[in-house]
Design a protein around this ligand. Structure first.
Ligand SMILES: Nc1nc2c(ncn2[C@@H]2O[C@H](COP(=O)(O)OP(=O)(O)OP(=O)(O)O)[C@@H](O)[C@H]2O)c(=O)[nH]1
Ligand SMILES: [Mg+2]
Length: 248
């Protein structure tokens, strides 16, 4: 029967840079069932960022980027000899487990979470040339920004209008018109937290560790790579990736 396992030999291209993107399945429903704050729920965002940290520790990517219910990892070492089925299934199930464990620690969600369908994430493997890595993350960051603009616009209008009326008002509005609309309601998106506009990044930063030399008792400083959760990401461009040594 081994010959029927026709996808198990599918591997990532050897020379490519590999991004894995995971996305929460049906999280619009989850957000309704657990009554998330709109457009952003800080508890949910913290839970997903903690689960992202677990993913980072397990798979040691060069960079991890997350917004809304999605997470992209730029892999350094490709695990499982590059087997696509294995990468997708293990990462998606690992994240579902980590997310579930984190959400169960939250008193606000705990009770209702036990009554709903288990959470799951989909996963896809995206091989990219080196030049396309930065463009990929810029595209996801643009999506985070669109998500922020649309989320604030939709939920601000929903305070006054029905769903249908809100959709009608928003229909075919350009982003500059959405900005004006929000501004007229006293919301300046430029003053919203950076993580809402630009997403959250995880990567290793060099930090100085102060210690004592056990033999001489002299103070010594050494450098260590520490996983940093960056809530104030800049615009993702070539300079950001180069200055943080995030490319292979
Ligand atoms: N209220 C609220 N909802 C959020 C938050 N973050 C993510 N979401 C929800 O998650 C959804 C993510 O979008 P999608 O991934 O396109 O929708 P989905 O329902 O997960 O659908 P599939 O991914 O196709 O299964 C958003 O539409 C929101 O409903 C948040 O902080 N607050
Ligand atoms: Mg989703």
């Amino acid at each position: 029967m081994k010959e029927c396992e026709i996808f198990s030999g599918l591997k990532v291209p050897c020379a490519a840079n590999i991004v894995v993107r995971l996305d929460g399945r049906n999280f619009s429903q989850l957000s309704r069932r657990l009554e998330f704050e709109k457009p952003y729920d800080m508890d949910f965002v913290k839970i997903l960022s903690k689960a992202s940290c677990q993913l980072f520790k397990e798979f040691n990517p060069l960079f991890l980027y997350t917004f809304s219910d999605e997470i992209s990892l730029l892999l350094g070492e490709v695990p499982f000899a590059g087997r696509v089925e294995k990468i997708d299934s293990v990462m998606a199930s690992f994240l579902s487990g980590a997310f579930t464990r984190e959400i169960m620690k939250n008193d606000r969600f705990l009770e209702r979470f036990q009554d709903i369908t288990p959470v799951s994430f989909d996963s896809r493997v995206i091989p990219l040339s080196r030049e396309w890595v930065v463009s990929y993350f810029q595209e996801r960051q643009m999506e985070a920004w669109r998500n922020c603009l649309n989320g604030y616009s939709y939920w601000t209008l929903r305070k006054e209008y029905s769903r249908a009326e809100t959709m009608e008002i928003l229909h075919e509005k350009k982003s500059s018109q959405l900005h004006d609309l929000l501004f007229s309601k006293g919301i300046n998106l430029a003053q919203m937290p950076a993580w809402q506009r630009r997403g959250i990044g995880l990567y290793k930063k060099k930090v100085q560790i102060n210690g004592l030399n056990p033999l001489t008792q002299e103070k010594v400083t050494s450098e260590r790579n520490k996983i940093t959760v960056d809530w104030e990401l800049p615009m993702l461009d070539g300079n950001f990736f180069a200055s943080n040594s995030l490319l292979k």
